[in-house]
Design a protein around this ligand. Structure first.
Ligand code: AMP
Length: 283
């Protein structure tokens, strides 16, 4: 499996695949791969003739006090896993290749980026939309897969792709979890074993909400209170724990539209996110 470092070579490779009439699925990642990433490779393999992955820890989506420097980097292992999964090539540019001297053009994120993560992590989505748009230019794939684990990011990318007429079909992958429910994340490596126990509160709180909804509860305030109560018992800080409209991520009064429960919370020094889409079937 070839590892490509330059944009020109990467673009050439994708066009040469596409010139034969083949479809190409792109899986953008920041490395430190786990089964969640590999499920996206599988999604692309199921739908496309060829898949390509990118590994790039994108500095513009990290805030000044975030974990850019200590973000886990496991490049050789990542390449082994991608090769075993049948990826055609990996694009792994340097920061200088992506952001050369004088770089100053950014993609303004859509409205759905304003709330929640957008509030907690100013500038984060601007970094995401910019790097994803750049990857779409460098790797002109027919399809691109993103995880619904990063639910708001998924909605931001869907909106950007629609708004800017990007001719890439966006595929959403289900959240892959550890057997005990913890959503897989590259950042789970930061968790001590005590932290890891506490981190289970996120998926547990989401399960609590799902159970209450299944039992007929429709009051958003009641559901959010139950979610917070479960979190309060374990996590060190809650950034948000809300139930919002599944499309716009704005507040709702009841569960008459598709909704999503979204959590961001800190366990020790690690910030975790998780979510659950709530079915709006009548009680
Ligand atoms: P990252 O390397 O964290 O930037 O993630 C790369 C892609 O993998 C993004 O589209 C994520 O949403 C997706 N992803 C991360 N964790 C999971 C997971 N547990 N299940 C499914 N997709 C995931």
């Amino acid at each position: 499996m070839e590892v490509i470092r330059t944009s020109d070579r990467a673009r050439q490779r994708v066009w040469s695949i596409r010139s034969k009439g083949s479809t190409v699925g792109l899986i953008p990642t920041m490395g430190a791969l786990h089964d969640g990433h590999l499920s996206l490779v599988q999604l692309c393999a199921d739908r496309c003739d060829t898949s390509v992955a990118s590994i790039f820890v994108n500095p513009t989506q990290f805030g000044p006090h975030e974990d850019l420097d200590k973000y886990p980097r496991t490049f050789d292992q990542d390449c082994e896993r991608l090769e075993a999964a049948g990826v055609d090539f990996v694009f792994a540019p340097t920061a200088g290749e992506m952001y050369p001297n004088g770089f100053s053009t950014y993609v303004e994120p859509p409205n759905v980026a304003c709330m929640l993560e957008g509030k907690c992590r100013p500038g984060h989505f601007r970094g995401v939309t910019t790097v994803v748009m750049k990857l779409f230019q460098i790797l002109p794939a027919t399809h691109a897969a993103f995880g619904r684990k990063d639910y708001q990011q998924f909605k931001v990318i869907e909106a950007m792709t629609r708004d800017l007429n990007v001719g890439v079909e966006i595929i959403g992958g289900a959240t892959i979890r550890e057997p005990d429910g913890l959503a897989m994340s590259s950042r789970n490596r930061y968790l001590s074993s005590a932290d890891r126990e506490q981190a289970l509160a996120l998926s547990a709180a989401l399960q609590t909400v799902q159970r209450l909804v299944a039992d007929g509860e429709r009051e958003i305030k009641v559901l959010e209170t139950a979610m917070r109560r479960r979190l309060d018992a374990s996590v060190d800080q809650i950034d948000y724990a809300v139930i919002v409209d599944a499309e716009t991520l704005t507040s709702i009064n009841g569960l008459d539209h598709p909704a999503v429960a979204l959590i961001a919370a800190h366990v020790g020094t690690t910030r975790l996110i998780d979510n659950r889409e709530l079915s709006a079937s009548p009680a």
